[in-house]
Design a protein around this ligand. Structure first.
Ligand code: CMC
Length: 423
């Protein structure tokens, strides 16, 4: 098969475009010389067909429902690995040996305390500030407190910045929770055994008894959120980083991108939607909400449904759905929202509107029900997504930073405004 495509331009000129095939047989046309050769740019709203660079971190096949980090399936990683090893894998490309993991954990522990002055930032923000604002502000604040680690051209500085961000994200997320509750934030008295147990102890207090099954479930949720190739918040990390902004600044920007309800903010919105349905008659009201979701003038979408890339059941949602059943059974929780979610899912999956558009539950549909069972408040769901995704943002920022061919991200426009006019 030819490794070039031929394109005939409106003036009849024919040009060739190099065609690439990725390691998973994905096809790609190189249009990087198009404007230079023809004067044309490409029109691609939402970047649905645009690939700004090569990447070796995550592979996903939305038609087949496959998601792999560095070649390992998320199913295998959830069953046989742990979140800290997955963070290492996503960032550095290989699962760590025992010695590498010990060294990694040591580096994270050494950087796991927020500077007291930085913690004072909370004092200037109202108690009801959304925790995503706090997480983003604190990450941006790291640039001010560690200026010695902000040079993207210095590998050692970047490594230190990675340890600081990964080490401090846990107290950052947990202290954001404490700020909202108006309670003092404290570090656990013992070294933490995992991000899941550290999170529970930092949020709920040192006396909180961490159940090992719950710890494993939180670890699994973090693994499932670790990376998802060039999604909105990851592309944000890449585009901010492409201007050679430092790592902390880029991560802070990613948190803001994640917060939107069409992206990570959907996990909070799903629960709010299920609560609305429950308060509006419960399962009896499902048809009404489905009708609203199908009505383009209603401004309502079925939250936790649909995905730009998955045109099949999101493989993360499949795992979380099972986890949800396990948690509910293990903790003996009775959550009326679970029945609403299950009925809503079944109704949507047998409705032509959703099936013809290949709209399936995504990662955010059931995760909130798991967090609710653990008594984690709704506004903390998106910060927990950020906690999991931080390693993915770092991996992409680092991959780009090490790429000698990387260029500043700078799309073109199709200008449709006024032509020159005089005052
Ligand atoms: N409810 C009702 N209709 C929908 C939905 C939905 N949740 N999602 C897509 N559609 C319709 C949309 O109206 C369009 O219909 P038509 O072809 O008649 O114009 C069609 O499906 C294609 O949708 P789109 O908006 O072109 O798809 P997109 O790839 O631009 O958007 C999405 C993807 C995730 C933003 C969208 O599906 C959505 O808004 N979902 C709800 C929010 C959500 O759950 N977001 C979390 C995404 S997964 C986790 C993450 O990325 O953080």
């Amino acid at each position: 098969m030819s490794d070039v495509a031929k394109l005939t331009m409106p003036d009849g000129k024919e040009i060739t475009l190099p065609a690439y095939t990725g390691t998973e047989q994905e096809k790609c046309l190189d249009i990087s010389a198009l404007r230079k050769e023809t004067g044309y740019v490409t029109f691609d709203p939402g970047f649905g067909n645009t690939c700004p660079s090569k990447s070796s971190i995550t592979f996903l096949n939305g038609e087949a429902g496959i998601l792999r980090y560095r070649g390992y399936s998320i199913e295998d990683l959830c069953e046989k690995s742990d979140f800290t090893s997955v963070m290492y894998l996503v960032i550095y490309g290989e699962l760590p040996s025992e010695a590498e993991l010990a060294e990694f954990n040591k580096n994270l522990a050494e950087h796991s305390k927020i500077k007291p002055q930085l913690l004072k930032l909370y004092e200037s923000l109202p108690q009801d500030t959304h925790p995503m604002v706090l997480v983003s502000t604190m990450l941006a604040g790291l640039s001010a407190h560690y200026p010695q680690f902000t040079n993207p051209h210095d590998t050692d500085q970047v490594e230190q910045a990675i340890f600081i961000a990964l080490g401090q994200i846990l107290p950052i997320v947990s202290s954001a929770y404490c700020h909202g509750k108006g309670k003092e934030f404290n570090y656990p008295s013992e070294p933490i055994s995992s991000y899941g147990s550290g999170l529970l102890k930092m949020m709920f207090g040192d006396d909180y008894e961490v159940d090992t099954d719950v710890e494993k479930i939180l670890d699994e949720l973090l693994i499932l959120h670790a990376d998802h190739e060039f999604n909105c918040s990851t592309s944000t990390a890449r585009i901010v980083g492409s201007s050679q902004a430092n790592l902390f600044a880029s991560l802070s920007a990613s948190v803001n991108a994640l917060w939107g309800p069409l992206h990570g903010g959907a996990n909070q919105k799903v629960i709010e939607m299920l609560e609305d349905i429950a308060n509006d008659g419960g399962v009896e009201a499902i048809d009404k909400y489905l009708a609203m979701a199908k009505d383009k003038t209603s401004g309502f979408r079925l939250m936790g449904f649909g995905h730009r890339v998955y045109k099949n059941y999101d493989p993360r949602a499949k795992i979380i759905k099972k986890t949800c059943d396990k948690v509910i059974e293990k903790l003996g929780v009775e959550d009326p929202l679970l029945a609403v979610a299950q009925k809503l899912e079944a109704a949507a999956l047998s409705d032509e509107y959703f099936t013809s558009r290949k709209l399936y539950p995504n990662v955010d549909f059931y995760s909130g029900i798991v967090y609710r069972a653990l008594n984690i408040p709704t506004e903390m769901y998106t910060p927990l997504f950020a906690l999991g995704r931080l390693c993915g943002w770092i991996a992409h920022w680092r991959e780009q930073n090490l790429d000698p061919h990387a260029r500043i991200g700078r799309p073109r426009q199709l200008y449709m405004g006024a032509t020159e006019r005089s005052l």
